[in-house]
Write a protein that binds this ligand. Structure first.
Ligand code: HEC
Ligand code: HEC
Length: 318
């Protein structure tokens, strides 16, 4: 048989057979997914650890347990990517190498992402329903994170700080001479005090209270249900105060801690996911970050909300 005949004949293979051959072929394209050694596994009470193991370990540990259907390409390629990216941001198998403060911050972030519905990934729980996290599981995790908090409620230092600030804000008290500007060029916007409160949250691990304000564009977008993506001109301010609790357990805001902004402009801020990010700390409004690169920290933590335009706060629907 001549050498030309073979390719010619291949052209006439039925389409189904060709697809089948392609399917078998791609099974050999398996970039390796290894389980590196566990050097410092996450330690927590059994009730907590079992939830995390069941729902998070496939992507956030070195003990990934792929089921047969995960190993079939092209699904496998996506799974391998999720594991690679998941481990890079959070790895429970190297947990002990994180300083305790970072462990607490990561856990807080993890619980928030579960509450926000970003984790575990939906495409994963579809195929692995056992990994779903129930409301009861969330309560267990929240309680654990809260139990790690050191601050007892209502200490006198916090009350004094609130009083000092209150005196500072009396009419006629000195205002900062110049408007502070973040390293990426975003200036402090005092006007947020006139925006509308969209949501409040309580950071259950470190005793702060937060209110999220939205400007008129944000409020209109919520009313019109045009919030994904949010329109250009949307602005959010998230303000945090100490949380003061009295003997009856009522809480009220104490000293001002910081204000953070997200300003939407998909052209101007294209390099930072369409948002301008800024944070000003303490009543002196000290801009956060040494260089404009501080925004990578903001984006990394907001990344799991990428399908919601990077915004955590989901306004209640009316
Ligand atoms: C199917 C894989 C998968 C599962 C299961 C999963 N995650 Fe993730 N997770 C990811 C990926 C991928 C990222 C990287 C961010 C992105 O691309 O959205 C991530 C990012 C995160 C981050 C941000 C880490 C950082 O960069 O600071 C946290 C926190 C997180 N996941 C918590 C959890 C928790 C808690 C669970 C279990 C309840 C969980 N994830 C389950 C894949 C997964
Ligand atoms: C440790 C994770 C984390 C980091 C880092 C982070 N954020 Fe957030 N951010 C959140 C969470 C969670 C919320 C949701 C509200 C809440 O629970 O406080 C939020 C909410 C916000 C909001 C209100 C809009 C929304 O998404 O709900 C703004 C504004 C904001 N963050 C700005 C920033 C800026 C600016 C930075 C960087 C200087 C930053 N954030 C860094 C976790 C983070």
């Amino acid at each position: 048989m001549s050498a030309v005949a073979k390719p010619f004949r291949r052209l006439f293979l039925p389409a189904g057979a060709m697809l089948g051959a392609a399917f078998v072929g791609i099974q050999f394209v398996h970039p390796p997914l290894e389980n590196p050694p566990v050097t410092g596994d996450f330690q927590a009470p059994v009730a907590v650890k079992s939830i995390v193991q069941r729902a998070c370990y496939d992507c956030h540990s070195n003990q990934t347990n792929l089921r047969w259907f995960d190993k079939v390409a092209p699904v496998y390629w996506q799974v391998a990517d999720h594991v690679k990216d998941g481990r890079a941001g959070l790895n429970f198998s190297t947990w002990q190498s994180l300083p305790p403060a970072d462990q607490k911050a990561k856990l807080w972030e993890a619980v928030n992402q579960i509450i926000a519905g970003a984790m575990p990934l939906n495409e994963y729980t579809l195929a692995h329903p056992a990994a779903k996290v129930s409301a009861q599981d969330v309560a267990v995790l929240k309680q654990y994170v809260a139990s790690l908090a050191k601050n007892p409620p209502a200490d006198t230092a916090k009350l004094n700080a609130a009083d000092r600030q209150y005196r500072h804000w009396q009419p006629g008290a000195a205002q900062p001479a110049a408007v502070p500007v973040a390293p990426n060029g975003i200036a402090y916007l005092p006007d947020y005090k006139n925006w509308q409160a969209i949501s409040t949250t309580e950071r259950f691990d470190n005793g702060t209270m937060r209110v999220i304000f939205g400007n008129a564009v944000a409020v209109k977008a919520i009313r019109d249900k045009h919030i994904n993506p949010w329109p250009n001109g949307t602005a959010f301010a998230k303000v945090a105060w100490d949380q003061l609790a009295d003997a009856q357990g009522n809480v009220r805001p104490g000293a001002f801690k910081q204000v953070e902004y997200m300003l939407k402009d998909d052209q101007k801020y294209a390099a930072t996911k369409g948002w301008g990010w800024a944070r000003f700390k303490t009543p002196k409004l000290v801009p956060y970050g040494k260089t404009a690169l501080f925004t990578t920290e903001c984006i990394r933590c907001h990344q799991p909300m990428k399908n919601n335009d990077f915004v955590f706060t989901q306004p209640l629907s009316h």
